[in-house]
Design a protein around this ligand. Structure first.
Ligand code: ADP
Ligand code: MG
Length: 238
């Protein structure tokens, strides 16, 4: 099976339960919003998906590869943009991407080709020579998304990639991620903002370590707006 599958995933920090029996599936080429307020467990889930943490129970499959049993194959199909920026600010965009390509065993002409293609996709080619430090927040995020594409992963994980960006940049980056799904990538996009979810998206609502709803965004919203539905499910104030 391709795409991303998470089955009965459990994780706790000491006595603090962070994920409780979390299950969902994202089919290949789908954009899935992982929607949950702060503290829901989104970043913990990403740490399990990238194998930084080991689950206390449950199973993860990336592009058909079991993460625990075949970690190299599974991780090779995974691209990730973490919540905190991880660019080296003293390197140029090109150097940041070259370093990452080398980590994936890509060098020479092949690496240059992949880097150029990824930068083109994010409209970042003309900034290749600029130091990451001189880029604004939106361009840093775009550089990170380009970096996550270099090894041509089947599954892309983005953890609240629009936090701190202005509305126009937020909208542009959300649109890029939807475009990547249309081009065949499986995208898992963590957010606490309902306006980043499009009606045609898949949706997983996570709250206090548990999945409250999965399905397509339009039917989860039902007769209400997704925002109203989300606030009533999570008990947050409007
Ligand atoms: P989100 O990304 O949805 O905001 P997190 O996965 O960061 O949620 O956190 C889920 C829960 O786990 C929260 O209650 C948070 O306080 C707790 N948590 C996160 N990291 C740690 C940690 N290193 N030690 C203890 N508790 C943690
Ligand atoms: Mg988080």
């Amino acid at each position: 099976m391709s795409g991303l599958a998470v089955t009965n995933l459990t994780y706790a920090y000491g006595s603090k339960q962070a994920l409780s029996g979390v299950s969902f599936h994202v089919a290949q080429g789908r954009f899935c919003a992982l929607l949950g307020p702060n503290g829901a467990g989104k970043s913990t889930l990403f740490n399990l998906l990238t194998r930084l943490f080991t689950p206390h129970g449950g199973q993860i499959e990336v592009a058909g590869h079991d993460l625990a049993r075949h970690p190299r194959a599974a991780l090779g199909h995974l691209g990730i943009v973490f919540q905190q920026t991880t660019l080296d600010l003293d390197l140029s965009v090109q150097q940041n991407l070259s370093y990452f390509a080398a980590l994936h065993g890509l060098a020479g002409r092949k690496a240059r080709h992949r880097i150029d293609a990824a930068l083109d996709r994010l409209d970042m080619r003309e900034r290749a020579g600029e130091k990451a430090r001189t880029l604004n927040g939106g361009h840093r995020r775009r550089a990170e998304i380009a970096r996550s594409l270099i090894h041509d992963p089947a599954v892309l994980l983005l953890d609240e990639p629009t936090v701190g960006l202005d509305a126009a940049t937020r909208q542009a980056i959300t649109a890029y991620a939807h475009q990547l799904a249309e081009d065949g990538k499986t995208v898992l996009w963590a957010t606490h903002l309902t306006d980043e979810v499009a009606v045609q998206d898949d949706l997983v609502i996570l709250h206090k370590s548990r999945v409250l709803a999965t399905g397509d965004a339009a039917s989860i919203g039902g007769e209400y707006s997704l925002k109203e539905r989300f606030l009533s499910l999570t008990g947050a104030a409007a």
